[in-house]
Write a protein that binds this ligand. Structure first.
Ligand code: FAD
Length: 414
């Protein structure tokens, strides 16, 4: 068993790396500084659409969409896409350039998998085209949303429409200037069994009764151009045809969305951590302290070595998850998907922290992307379900599936 890229993926990696070198790395910090300036809140730099077009013309577009979604998918398996995702994520914002960014990635998955032909025509095609952006709204301010059975936003049928009431928050991408709709997961039948009470519906931007109450900073950042926001629904009416898949199917949709999403998300951290390690290695070869290069210090060598081990462990785990997903679907790969969600952000947080240390002051300054990567890794231990929830789930599965073991341990007499 091995996870070397096949010839097709290796060729695509060469093309992607060349695009990154020519168009993305030279803009890496320019983009970050643009987004850090509040005067540019929730806008894109003027050159951004041109860059998207270049990526599209080069055919580096929608690579994330698994092969089963013909005719829209470029035809990559999860295992083929994984190493390409790593390359893109060395500069996290470049995912948008290649139309491979969250939450749109997962939303396109949902529409490709569960959407009606009309929903696909109206929402999926412009998303695949990169013309619009979107939001996925599960989390609510008033309930512990890591247990999604708690979600309270109500979605009530009234003739040909559904009426939505309640509040969502941490709705990513809500302030994006290209945002045109939001998926809302809420309760359609409080009397049904726990996992059949919720449904998912499309709320187009500008629908009366749907209002962005506020956007807010997360660890000091507005996360432009998408942002995080709180959204209020007050007798908000949408056509019944906006419901995805049917009443009571909200959990099924959330699970279907999160499978491929989580391995892609984990690979993002491998890419970001590798970028930190690459920068760290370059720095310690140049910088001298107390009469020798930093690279001569044992503690630095150990930090580099540990980081390399941890990145490679995580990379292999993500590839294993992607491979199993290709062979057995998201359900068959669920243990591995949970593992990568637990391991990857923590690994990246640790590697980024070591890189910061090796850089000294510059490591925490806005001159480098390391600080931002560190923060991103930290909040992603909460986003998409906190670490503890995934660990509890994985722990339960592991204990349940453990082989029967004789508890009588036979000691060897001396
Ligand atoms: C930057 C960012 C972007 C986000 N984007 C989105 C988005 O686009 N759409 C969306 O719907 N949501 C989004 N979220 C929200 C995120 O998914 C939720 O914050 C997360 O699921 C936790 O829900 P909660 O905030 O209600 O925390 P709670 O459910 O209140 O949990 C609080 C804490 O309790 C602990 N805890 C919970 N369950 C257990 C357990 N079983 N065992 C032990 N400890 C436990 C954990 O430490 C957890 O962090 C985003 C969050 C962040 C930070």
């Amino acid at each position: 068993m091995g996870y070397e890229p096949n010839a097709k993926t290796a060729e695509m990696a060469v093309q992607l790396n060349a695009f990154m070198q020519e168009h993305i790395y030279p803009r890496e910090m320019e983009y970050n500084h643009y987004m850090d300036d509040d005067a540019n809140a929730f806008t894109y730099p003027s050159w951004f659409e041109d860059l998207k077009q270049k990526a599209r013309d080069a055919g580096i577009w929608n690579w994330f969409l698994p092969a089963e979604y013909t005719p829209w998918s470029p035809g990559l398996t999860n295992l083929e896409f994984a190493p390409l995702m790593e390359i893109m994520c060395k500069v996290p914002w470049s995912q948008q350039v290649f139309n491979c960014s969250a939450p749109d990635r997962g939303n396109m998955d949902v529409l490709a998998k569960y959407g009606t032909p009309e929903q696909q025509e109206q929402w999926l095609l412009p998303l695949l085209d990169g013309k619009i952006r979107s939001t996925y709204g599960m989390t609510e301010p008033l309930v512990a949303s890591s247990d999604a059975t708690n979600l309270e936003v109500s979605i009530v049928r009234d003739g040909d429409e559904y009426v939505i009431n309640g509040r969502k928050w941490f709705s990513s991408n809500i302030a994006n200037p290209l945002n045109k709709f939001m998926f809302v997961m809420g309760k359609t039948d409080p009397t049904a069994s726990r996992h059949a009470q919720h449904s998912t519906i499309i709320v187009p931007k500008g629908t009366p009764g749907c209002r962005i109450v506020r956007t807010y900073r997360v660890l000091g950042s507005l996360h432009s151009p998408g942002g995080e926001g709180e959204v209020e629904f007050k007798d908000c009416r949408v056509p019944a045809t906006n419901l995805i898949l049917g009443e009571g199917r909200g959990f099924e949709i959330a699970q279907g969305r999160l499978g491929p999403g989580r391995f892609q998300y984990a690979m993002m951290f491998v890419g970001m951590a590798q970028r930190c390690l690459d920068l760290m290695c370059a720095r310690v070869q140049q910088r001298e302290a107390f009469g020798e290069k930093l690279m001569k210090k044992t503690s630095i060598q150990h930090d580099v070595a540990r980081s390399r081990c941890e990145i490679e462990q995580c990379r292999l785990l993500v590839l294993a998850a992607a491979d199993k997903m290709d062979r057995e679907g998201a359900k068959g790969a669920r243990d591995l998907i949970s593992m990568v969600k637990i391991v990857a952000p923590q690994m990246c947080e640790t590697v980024a922290s070591r890189a910061m240390q090796a850089f000294g002051g510059k490591g925490v300054s806005e001159d480098l992307p390391i600080g931002e990567i560190f923060l991103h890794a930290r909040f992603c231990r909460i986003a998409d379900g906190p670490d503890e929830v995934h660990m509890s789930q994985l722990g339960k599965w592991t204990i349940r599936d453990a082989p029967e073991t004789d508890l009588i341990v036979h000691n060897v007499d001396n």
